[in-house]
Design a protein. Sequence first.
Length: 162
Amino acid sequence: MITVGIITVSDRSHAGTRKDQSGPAIHLWAEEMGFTVELETVIPDEYELVRDKLIEFSDRDIDLILTTGGTGLAKRDVTPDATLAVIDKHAPGFSEVMRMRSLGITPHAMLSRAVSGIRKNSLIINLPGSPKSVKENLGFIQDAIPHAIELLRGEVTDCGKQ
């Protein structure tokens, strides 16, 4: 069973002036994948809060931590910066694939600063803030996630053999 933590990073959703739709989109995707959502939160675009939630979730041994929001170029977009501060290893393939495939949909994909990496035994992936983009991007990477979690758990000893 893969456990999931969802962190929505949005000033407006945290303040209640805009309904969070991306977090619930991730939750639905996780359920459809057969994963268990263990933790969910909505926080403002504050570097320390994002950093601390990532640490908290990974310290609780969540397999997959998905953030949504705060990945762009605006001054308050700090999710990638906070993620870089906590990861032990980069896992750039997830973010590279999401940007590459998203460019076929919108040229704005090149504005994404999303990163992916590992802290302790948790895979952390930054997703965009819109529910449409969340669904698209998860679709691009979902097939690799179970294997990545198996590798982090030490359950795979021979990757090349089926």
